[in-house]
Design a protein around this ligand. Structure first.
Ligand SMILES: Nc1ncnc2c1ncn2[C@@H]1O[C@H](COP(=O)(O)OP(=O)(O)OP(=O)(O)O)[C@@H](O)[C@H]1O
Length: 272
């Protein structure tokens, strides 16, 4: 199976002051196989979001390459190139609020995407497409015409997914996209994502700190720690037979029935 995203030796350092800097990405290489889901896991600050942001072009790497669908993508501000990249890869964030205007119906955000990516559609055709996209993510016309405040967190995240789909991308980069949702709503959104992936032949880069979510949706996983990938493999191989002590700790500290927060990763790493 060919790779739709190939990341080679990415480096990104943030200089915080004259003396202090953070190596957020340290020679990171990985690939997302076409039609599959690659999970990127690791504790807070390990570099997951920076990797996602470099891939979608929101962040610039100091060195290294990103190829999407065989073509190297470079940071750009040129509208045409940004639009081409948006057609390949769309990002869904933890907080859907960012892409919604409080004073407009949520359908407006999808209409805006369609205006950018489907200039062939007139107003009536865009409205029809908006309703089609809402139906695809399990929402109705009533939801489309509601303002953000009238929708639940799960419904808003469905709108964010519909917005991403409006560009007809090949890849979704989901950055903690289900992390803020209640467990039952999270399961519904994960089911939706699995269905959409199958129906549209999408590939997912799935950033999460939650290993139960990884087990549910991902095929492959990379484990990040302080900007480096320290373990990689299929989900079954890595979660059932982790090789690195850090991965073992991540798994041991993942919430499960009977789990106590004070026995979490930080406590475990500190030997508490
Ligand atoms: N714009 C920035 N300026 C300075 N430092 C940054 C910036 N973005 C990220 N960092 C630092 O880079 C490191 C990696 O951050 P990143 O957000 O990629 O980690 P993460 O694994 O996604 O964490 P989280 O799950 O908390 O979002 C952290 O130490 C962070 O503080």
């Amino acid at each position: 199976m060919s790779a739709i995203i190939e990341v080679e030796q990415l480096n990104r350092t943030f200089h915080l002051s004259r003396k202090a800097s953070v190596h957020a990405l340290n020679d990171v290489s990985c690939e997302l196989r076409q039609g599959t889901c690659l999970a990127v896991v690791g504790e807070s600050g390990s570099g997951k979001s920076t990797l996602a942001r470099v891939i979608v072009g929101l962040e610039t790497a100091d060195s290294g390459t990103v190829r999407i669908a065989g073509t190297e993508v470079k940071p750009t501000t040129a509208r045409r190139q940004l639009r081409e990249r948006a057609k390949l890869v769309q990002m869904v964030f933890q907080d859907p609020q960012g892409s919604l205007n409080r004073s407009l119906p949520v359908s407006a955000t999808i209409d805006e995407m369609l205006q950018a990516h489907r200039p062939d559609l007139d107003r009536a055709a865009r409205r029809a497409r908006v309703l089609e996209l809402f139906a695809e993510v399990g929402l109705t016309e009533r939801h489309a015409d509601a303002k953000p405040a009238a929708l639940s967190g799960g419904q808003k995240q469905r709108v964010a997914i519909a917005r991403a789909l409006a560009a007809e991308p090949q890849i979704l980069v989901l950055d903690e996209a289900v992390s803020a949702l209640d467990v039952s709503v999270q399961a519904q959104v994960l089911d939706l994502l699995k269905r959409l992936r199958a129906e549209h032949g999408l590939s997912y880069l799935f950033i999460t700190h939650d290993l139960s979510v990884v087990r549910d949706i991902a095929d492959d996983v990379v484990v990040m720690r302080t900007g480096q990938i320290i373990e990689r493999g299929t989900v079954d191989a890595v979660l059932d037979d982790p090789q690195q002590a850090y991965t073992k700790l991540l798994i041991a500290s993942a919430p499960r029935p009977g789990w106590k927060p004070e026995r979490g990763l930080r406590a475990a790493l500190m030997g508490a």
